[in-house]
Design a protein around this ligand. Structure first.
Ligand SMILES: NC(=O)c1ccc[n+]([C@@H]2O[C@H](COP(=O)([O-])OP(=O)(O)OC[C@H]3O[C@@H](n4cnc5c(N)ncnc54)[C@H](OP(=O)(O)O)[C@@H]3O)[C@@H](O)[C@H]2O)c1
Length: 346
């Protein structure tokens, strides 16, 4: 049995959901591996040690605001790099906030972790928007692996579908509903709720990003599509801000009119690659007719459609979103990184 130590940057919604999941599922132990949380870092410092009691650090976080206050394992003011150095065989998990311009706070720690041979798993999109190419090159040189399913519209298996499921075919484009918060607001508007009230409901339900413009102005969707496009076609692809539109300008009358024709307005992210290899990424509210495979998606669901030459059109649809499902995607990436080559070719 091999233990896989995890060092986790960030202990908010996703970090705490990950700790709960590890406890609920007995550290995902199977005859080959067991996942062991050896350190958690928040803005106050860290807890680190081989036997961190997960339920205690969840309580300490709630009571004191930082895990660093744990009486036995807490380390106030310590940096993520110092913590990583204590666990040279660990997988580094970045579940800190998304800053797409600088990639901070995760990017510098990720670079350092990869250079030192750690594999890394991210739920944050920022580092992959700010420096996708650099991170991939570093990982190739260091022989490290990078998992980022949780950053591209969890729990849709978009990366697996294309990178494993369509290997050898040509992908000409893909589109999907990747931001549940925008589509939740549009769904509420369909039942007569005003945009402002639907936005407020989303805020109260705690589903908005820390910076809500990421959701409603289309940037969260744009970043997910960008990271997927870079993964499928080229790390050099960039966004053109003029093609990113969110839902804030969608009029209630437009939502009602679409409904009378049996259509739904949804925030769609798309990427098309032309014959010369140029990729056009767009995010915009569009009308989906009843025949569209994404029309049927309900609350909490995401979906994506991939157009290939040899396999035709592939459609994927997922249920549960939110921190728990995001933590599950992090676990899945860690287990895939840790797994011995399987008998089944995936
Ligand atoms: N929530 C979801 O369902 C979901 C789904 C997919 C992807 N994501 C992505 O996952 C990431 C985490 O999301 P979340 O909802 O868990 O965010 P969150 O609740 O805001 O938690 C962020 C955590 O990062 C910590 N942090 C911030 N700056 C730091 C720094 N400089 N050094 C150390 N720790 C720092 C915060 O510390 P304090 O606790 O001390 O403030 C907090 O614990 C985000 O990038 C988000 O876009 C989230």
């Amino acid at each position: 049995l091999r233990e896989v130590p995890l060092v986790v940057l960030g202990f908010g919604n996703v970090g705490q959901a990950l700790a709960r999941l590890l406890e609920e599922r007995d550290r995902f132990e199977n005859p080959e591996v067991r996942l062991v949380l050896v350190a958690v870092i928040d803005r106050g410092g860290a807890v680190a040690g081989k036997d961190i009691p997960l339920s205690e650090i969840l309580s300490i976080k709630k009571e004191k605001g930082t895990v660093a206050e744990h009486p036995r394992f807490g380390q106030c003011g310590v940096s993520a790099s110092q913590v990583l150095d204590q666990f040279p065989d660990s997988v580094f998990v970045d579940v800190s906030p998304t800053n797409a311009e600088t990639g901070a706070p995760g990017l510098s720690y990720l670079r350092r972790a990869i250079e030192r041979g750690h594999s890394v798993v991210l739920a944050s999109k920022g580092p992959l928007v700010a420096d996708f190419k650099g991170l991939m090159e570093l990982a190739r040189e260091a022989g490290s692996r990078i998992g980022y399913s949780a950053a591209v519209g969890t729990p849709l298996p978009s990366l697996e579908t294309v990178l494993l499921g369509t290997h050898g075919t040509r992908l000409s484009g893909f589109h999907g509903l990747f931001n549940e918060t925008s589509n939740r607001i549009l769904r509420e508007m369909e039942s007569g709720v005003s945009y402002d009230d639907a936005f407020e409901n989303a805020r109260q339900a705690g589903v908005l990003e820390a910076d809500p413009r990421l959701d409603i102005e289309g940037w969260d969707t744009a970043y997910k599509v960008l990271i997927l496009a870079r993964s499928f076609w080229s790390p050099e692809i960039e966004l053109d801000g003029r093609r990113i539109l969110g839902i804030s300008a969608v009029a209630a009358t437009a939502v009602t009119e679409a409904g009378t024709r049996g259509n739904k307005i949804r925030l769609l992210g798309s990427a098309e690659r032309n014959e010369s290899g140029v990729v056009d990424i767009r995010v915009e509210p569009v009308q989906l007719g009843p025949d569209d495979p994404l029309h049927a998606l309900g609350p909490g669901e995401k979906g994506a459609v991939f157009d290939t030459d040899l396999m035709g059109r592939l459609v994927i649809r997922s249920g549960k979103a939110g921190p728990h499902a995001t933590a599950a995607a992090v676990v899945k990436d860690v287990l895939n990184i840790a797994a011995h080559p399987s008998v089944i070719a995936i």
